[in-house]
Design a protein around this ligand. Structure first.
Ligand code: IPE
Ligand code: IPE
Ligand code: MG
Ligand code: MG
Ligand code: MG
Length: 290
């Protein structure tokens, strides 16, 4: 079962991150950083890294390090996403948001520190990888996180509030704020393997999976239950967020997601049964309730 597999990955990634943070010279920021990281999170991004790694036979040890760096960036993005100046949310992963628990300035600094932790992990000399590939990974992940990635997408998300925005613009915003990190998850295993042949396919796949992930997140906000989701639902409409639902309506958003999923599956056909696990994860993304 998917839940079991996610739990197994979650345990490994959390153990790695916890040991990593515990061995560095500690500061007062470690507590809010760990609060933002643990226990929560479905670890979908990590699962995708393992799924693509399986297709291309990448060593688990390498995948774990990539997954830990991605989850650190993801946790940072959630801490900042919940801040009063952003989405102003007080509940995350079934508990109080980091800024409610520790105060705003501490949450900002813990978020910043998690962002840099990701690059610390990747550039660590204990990560035994060809130096060229390592710097390619670091370069790729930086671009997925900054102004053409998460930060740029979050900027658009906030400036589009209460505005009529075209489908093209909404897709571009979702691609940046969510799709780019998923793109990294799909491409990183190929970079490790020096595989340039499948790079374009998996870069496009990653962006599509990320887009699908965000559309379903928006569907959960629209119809889901706070108790299941572990975060306040029914907030996007109140905030006037520009989403595919606000533009096309709920039913059409579901149709859009289904088409996108079929598209992704078509692109995976050449990989036959090697892609079975990835296909299961994509179905999980589509039908999840949190
Ligand atoms: C939530 O991501 C934020 C989005 C990009 C939509 P997740 O749904 O993966 O959050 P966790 O890690 O499981 O809490
Ligand atoms: C968040 O999108 C995207 C990020 C990059 C953090 P949302 O604002 O919809 O995420 P939730 O619903 O608060 O988790
Ligand atoms: Mg947001
Ligand atoms: Mg939010
Ligand atoms: Mg949301």
């Amino acid at each position: 079962m998917m839940e079991k597999k996610l739990k197994k990955i979650s345990k490994k990634v959390n153990f790695f991150l916890n040991s990593y943070l515990s061995k560095s010279n500690s500061s007062e920021l470690i507590a809010p950083m760990k609060y933002g990281l643990f226990p929560g999170g479905k670890k979908i991004r990590s699962k995708i890294i393992y799924d693509v790694g399986k297709i291309f036979k990448v060593k688990h040890k390498d995948l774990l390090i990539i997954a830990a760096s991605v989850e650190a960036i993801h946790a940072y993005s959630l801490i900042h996403d919940d801040l009063p100046c952003m989405d102003d949310d007080s509940l995350r992963r079934g508990k109080l948001s980091t800024h409610i628990k520790f105060g705003e300035s501490t949450a900002i600094l813990a978020g910043n520190s998690l962002l840099t932790t990701a690059f610390e992990i990747l550039s660590d000399r204990n990560f035994k990888l060809d130096e060229k590939n390592k710097s390619r990974l670091i370069n790729f992940l930086s671009r997925c996180s900054g102004q053409i990635g998460i930060a740029g997408g979050q900027y658009l998300d906030l400036t589009y509030e209460r505005k009529k925005v075209s489908l093209q613009k909404i897709l571009n915003m979702e691609l940046k704020k969510t799709g780019k990190l998923f793109e990294f998850c799909c491409v990183a295993p190929l970079i490790i393997k020096n595989n340039n042949k499948d790079l374009n396919t998996f870069s496009k796949l990653g962006k599509d999976i990320g887009l699908l992930f965000q559309i379903v997140d928006d569907l959960i906000d629209f119809k889901g239950k706070t108790k299941f989701a572990g975060k306040k639902t029914n907030k996007d409409a109140k905030k006037g967020k520009a989403t595919i639902i606000s533009l096309l309506g709920y039913e059409n958003a579901v149709k859009y997601a289904n088409k996108l999923k079929q598209n992704i599956f078509n692109k995976l056909k050449p990989y036959s049964s090697n892609a079975n696990e990835l296909i299961k994860t994509i179905n999980f993304i589509m039908y999840r309730k949190k």
